[in-house]
Design a protein around this ligand. Structure first.
Ligand code: ADP
Ligand code: ASP
Ligand code: MG
Length: 413
């Protein structure tokens, strides 16, 4: 007998029929005698609709009220799944974030979990053999007792955190694909499913755009040593497949130089032309960005030919683009630049693999392959186990497919 957390994403609970299918997966585990806590997302599209309503009500709105609105999607699916399970003869009860409670900090809209008291759920396992159906994505800021949410895709994090809190043996993330692939299977049909992927590589894949898991869920799984699988909710509930295990590097037998390719369209490029080439200029640009909580990613400073001015290019998340430009314009005199150029039709394509640590020239091959396809690289960054290139977004699919084939990731035909 084991204790399990099963998480189902938006597509898996998109309507009552699909919720019935989810209930069959849950029934399988409950019938096997396991203690089961289920974490559910809102029905697919619901959170987008709720976010849209908040924006329509007021473009700049109170983040606490945004959370009150957007957390409602998960309340509906948690209640519906409990009803369907009861209808199948399984003891089940829904739990909202505040009822567990799942406690968070006060960063409404992007809150972090600070603690979970799983004792109530465990008591119901022991006393009633009852399945807990927990609303994902939401928590409670304890000092103010207000509802909070964990950022988009946050139900993954709810599930992993709950697994650690109730001492469950495993966290199964059920989604609309049957595991983690070498790249997004929706844009590369030849992508291969990975049986195993290391925490470190999954962390990079998720941070660089593969939205199959929220970044924080991978961080938590890594630090709390949560055994996490990504698997399909569309498998036959009576014949489920194992999916992909996220695990320690040592537990992976076969090591490719590159494990996966990710892309992110949430990028924007800013170029400052003819910036004074003197000490303190980089600080004048990037300190205000940091103070405004704007994450800067790729940075390129061109060596000046006249020794008095230089050009600086960098990227920020597209959501921060307008704010970043406004901050730079307001410090134009202090920084001393001639023009500011911006672009949002850019994409960051990244290749990730722990094998890069021990192989030279991995990125160079990519630059050559992209050049042969006529794809211009606007910026590059590299680190120990990944490199990224910034290119025009029109070339996204071509670039991802080119790198996927280049590193031998295509599924044999
Ligand atoms: P859920 O609603 O279940 O949380 P998401 O839409 O958040 O599901 O994540 C699943 C999606 O992630 C898949 O449909 C797929 O298109 C996308 N995805 C991107 N990169 C990958 C990858 N490397 N492996 C698997 N899926 C990926
Ligand atoms: N429903 C939330 C979202 O769409 C959380 C989640 O699905 O994980 O972002
Ligand atoms: Mg998701």
């Amino acid at each position: 007998m084991a204790r399990l957390v099963m998480k189902f994403g938006g597509t898996s609970v998109a309507n009552v029929d699909r919720i019935r299918n989810v209930a069959r997966h849950v029934k399988r585990e409950a019938d096997a005698g396991h203690d089961v806590a289920v974490v559910v997302s809102a029905m697919s599209g619901k959170t987008n609709e709720l976010v849209g309503w908040c924006r329509e009500a007021a473009p700049l709105h109170d983040a606490r009220e945004y959370d009150a609105v957007v957390a409602s999607g998960e309340q509906v699916t948690a209640g519906l799944l409990a009803i369907v399970l009861q209808e199948m003869g399984i003891q089940a009860r829904s739990w909202m974030g505040w009822q567990v409670p799942i406690l968070t900090d006060g960063a409404h809209g992007v809150a972090r979990i600070t603690g979970i008291d799983g004792s109530g759920i465990i008591r119901h396992f022991e006393e009633r053999k009852e399945v807990a159906v927990v609303a994902g994505f939401q928590g409670m800021h304890e000092p103010t007792r207000r509802i909070s949410t964990l950022g988009r895709g946050g139900s993954d994090t709810s599930a992993v955190a709950l697994t650690a809190a109730i001492g469950a043996d495993r966290c199964d993330i059920y989604t609309d694909v049957d595991g983690v692939y070498t790249t997004d299977p929706r844009i590369v049909p030849h992508a291969r499913r990975l049986d195993r992927v290391s925490f470190e590589e999954m962390l990079e894949l998720a941070s660089l755009g593969a939205k199959v898991l929220q970044v924080r869920s991978v961080e938590l799984a890594m630090t709390q040593k949560v055994r996490t699988f990504v698997r399909s909710s569309f498998d036959d509930p009576l014949d489920p497949k194992p999916g992909t295990l996220i695990c320690d590097e040592e537990d992976i037998l076969e090591n490719n130089v590159i494990t996966g390719i990710a892309y992110s369209k949430d990028e924007a490029q800013i170029t400052l032309r003819r910036v004074a080439d003197k000490p303190g200029v980089a600080a004048a640009i990037f300190v205000p960005m940091a103070e405004a909580n704007i994450n800067v990613d790729m940075i390129i400073q061109v060596v000046s030919d006249d020794t008095t001015t230089t050009d600086i290019t960098f990227t920020v998340g597209s959501a921060d683009f307008e704010r970043a430009k406004a901050i730079l314009e307001s410090s134009r005199d202090k920084i001393g630049f001639a023009t500011l150029e911006g672009a949002t039709d850019v994409v960051k394509v990244s290749a990730i693999g722990i094998g890069m640590r021990s192989h030279a020239g991995v990125a160079a091959r990519a630059f050559q392959a992209l050049a042969e396809k006529g794809i211009n690289i606007r910026a590059i960054t590299t680190s120990e186990i990944k490199f990224s290139v910034l290119i025009d977004s029109a070339y996204t699919e071509l670039a991802v497919r080119t790198l996927h084939s280049l590193y031998g990731l295509d599924k044999p035909q």
